[in-house]
Ligand binder design. Structure first.
Ligand SMILES: Cc1cc2nc3c(=O)[nH]c(=O)nc-3n(C[C@H](O)[C@H](O)[C@H](O)COP(=O)(O)OP(=O)(O)OC[C@H]3O[C@@H](n4cnc5c(N)ncnc54)[C@H](O)[C@@H]3O)c2cc1C
Length: 339
């Protein structure tokens, strides 16, 4: 369905009457190059992408999407489908074609009893999870809350809950999708199973998904944050991380990154641009035992009720005491206790 970025170069005149009839059939606005809002609507997250669609249909519902696909077919126009607009190649916006812009469709229905959520494609992961949290639930989205749910889900989608609950598409139960013939279909394991199989990984090529039904999960307290070390310590930190990640519980998702610290508010100014190795991590808190890792000591670590009955923490503090024993020492090294 989506055009290849940059593949469409020929400008063709549009049939004015057909465009007017199309605009009149829509509940949402249809924008052309001379309309206010056109430039904002064609902009995507990657500011290097600068494409000029002939028309942008800001769809308000499934009927608009059906009309848009039917119009594009009749006119022989290239199409692209836009969700959150975060694809780095800007594939949600085409040159000289019709953009089916779903970013205004933000409907959401949560069923706390069944632990499902039906979400429209204009929602970001942050918006979806904001509402799910009112029920103590969370969806398996990406690491960054501002990305759109459609592109991320249809391409796989990995994020903070991936180790415990899988990819975003592993949690997809069904989709409502407008296919290339302009018809709305529901695809799930039971209905149009081949289409459902294809959607999970290649969905952007099979139609415009107008709603996603997700399985969602209990998500209470989440502890998260990066642990940062100077780049010179990378060999030591990576060796530790290899061992640590292999034994960490599924509730914890983490990574090891080599990067330069951004000029963000939480970074001290003297450290802007510093080259570091860091491990951003988030963990679902299953049980917190007061202020002690085993309920007996004074560290602030968590105890994971895993079979190894082991707790660990990393710390910037020079020394820490754990279970009455002095644990391993210098800044950034591991503090651990076993019993
Ligand atoms: C800052 C940033 C952080 C990111 N973090 C993560 C991450 O943590 N995990 C991860 O897995 N990925 C991540 N990504 C990659 C992200 O998953 C993709 O960019 C994804 O395409 C974004 O979805 P979108 O809806 O915003 O994209 P869009 O750019 O709107 O669309 C991407 C593609 O999907 C198609 N598409 C969009 N909506 C539909 C629809 N409703 N039906 C059919 N096709 C559609 C478009 O045509 C386009 O080809 C990140 C990207 C950025 C820029």
């Amino acid at each position: 369905m989506a055009t290849q970025p940059g593949a469409i170069t020929a400008r063709r005149p549009l049939d004015g009457e057909a465009v007017q009839a199309f605009a009149a059939s829509l509940r949402g606005p249809l924008l052309g190059p001379s309309d206010a809002g056109y430039d904002a609507a064609r902009a995507v997250f990657n500011v290097m992408v600068d494409r000029h669609p002939a028309l942008i249909a800001r769809c308000a519902g499934s009927a608009d999407v059906m009309a848009a696909i039917t119009f594009a077919r009749a006119q022989g126009l290239p199409l692209s489908v836009r969700g959150g607009g975060h694809h780095v190649a800007g594939s949600s916006v085409c040159d000289d074609g019709l953009v089916i812009d779903l970013s205004q469709m933000k409907g959401l229905r949560i069923d706390p009893a069944r632990r499902t959520a039906r979400a429209e494609p204009g929602l970001t992961w942050g918006e979806l999870n904001h509402d799910l949290q009112a029920f103590g639930l969370g969806a398996t989205g990406g690491y960054i809350s501002i990305t759109g749910i459609p592109g991320l889900t249809l391409g796989g989608g990995f994020g903070w809950l991936v180790r415990k609950h899988g990819l975003a598409l592993d949690n997809l139960l069904s989709v409502d999708i407008v296919t290339a013939d302009g018809q709305l279909r529901t695809a799930s394991a039971e209905e149009h199973p081949d289409l459902f199989w294809g959607v999970r990984g290649a969905g952007a090529q099979l139609g415009a998904v107008v709603s996603f039904e997700f399985r969602v999960h209990p998500v209470g307290t989440v502890l998260a944050g990066p642990v940062i070390y100077p780049l010179e310590r990378a060999p030591e930190v990576l060796r530790f991380y290899r061992e640590y990640a292999a034994t960490a519980p599924d509730e914890l998702t983490s990574g090891a990154l080599l990067f330069s610290l951004p000029p963000a508010p939480f970074v001290p100014p003297e450290m802007h641009g510093a080259r570091v190795i860091g491990s951003p991590s988030a963990t679902l808190a299953r049980r917190r035992l007061g202020s002690g890792c085993c309920g007996r000591c004074g560290s602030s670590a968590l105890r994971w009720p895993t079979s190894s009955r082991r707790c660990r923490s990393t710390s910037h503090s020079a020394r820490r005491t754990c279970c009455g024993r002095r644990a391993t020492t210098s800044t950034g090294s591991r503090a651990s206790c076993r019993r």
